[in-house]
Design a protein around this ligand. Sequence first.
Ligand code: SAM
Ligand code: FES
Length: 348
Amino acid sequence: MKRLIDKLHQEQMLTAEEFHRLLANRSEETDQYARELANQVRQEVYGNKIYVRGLIEFTNYCKNDCYYCGIRRSNQNAQRYRLTEEDILECCRQGYELGFRTFVLQGGEDGFFTDDRIVQIVRKIKEQYPDCALTLSIGEKSEESYRAYREAGADRYLLRHETADPRHYMRLHPLEMSGENRKSCLRILKKLGYQTGAGFMVGSPLQTVDDLVEDFLFLKELDPEMVGIGPFIAHQDTPFCNERSGTLDDTLFYLALLRLMLPNVLLPATTALGTIHPRGREMGVLSGANVVMPNLSPVSVRKKYMLYDGKICTGDEAAECRMCLSRRMERIGCEVVTDRGDYKKRLA
Ligand code: SAM
Ligand code: FES
């Protein structure tokens, strides 16, 4: 297996059959080998710098009904909220003071936020903070909508593909949704010049090795600037309430493989990873991740953006989260930097 890991490192690609072998024949030793190699590649490309993104969860209304998600429209127990434009700008103001130079506006697919409203918010943020990057993560939209946001100044877009296999996609989503549309959105986003982020949940219900192979092949083909992966974690008010969570070891191994396959990719150590293990994010970085995304949402709404049970950092002020992460990164020899943290095209 080490040979396959070396090949992925050198050639940044494996065949489907090779990926299958690598994913189906894991051992502690090869996992460790991949993670150490990926950590080295992260250092070669990004040094000891860790990029930070201020996450603003601005609405938990959603028209979709993904079976895994705590803010799905059928969850009657979710307390719905929307931030106002003023609230969002206040989050940015606080974030800017704390050294954030990227803001991520994330939310459910909420019809209240029409294209005009999103465009206006994007414009205002970019006017007030011209030295910051703005990332949107608001789901599947039309090409016209994506174009309008881009022209208003949005720089990046996060849209996990969730799973590249159409049958697996159907098991995670109601019939009205399609994995093909999601992939098509990702291609459009790239075409429009967004730094684009795809990704999947680790250990989502019914995920097979074949599904994962497809995920890796799809990501290689798409060649996104960012990849978001994190463990699936059950939410008590969803159809998947009794399903097991994705594991730490699997998440770390896949992070490592992603770093080897896409050496320059912006790769977050996610909050979900920090939720399944107290040092999950640190271990994520030591396995190749180079981004952390602390929460900038007002504390009053944090607990309402509950995608899964047990989500960490829902009681902390933005400043506490920022400090906490800086300390955590320092302890592993890394430094959280005040920087837009754009994608690097070449080795440093
Ligand atoms: N609506 C936007 C979208 O669909 O891309 C952004 C919000 S959505 C809640 C953000 C991500 O949360 C999803 O892409 C999904 O991978 C992740 N997520 C949702 N439920 C989860 C769960 N139970 N465990 C782990 N991750 C989850
Ligand atoms: Fe939020 Fe640690 S990252 S409290």
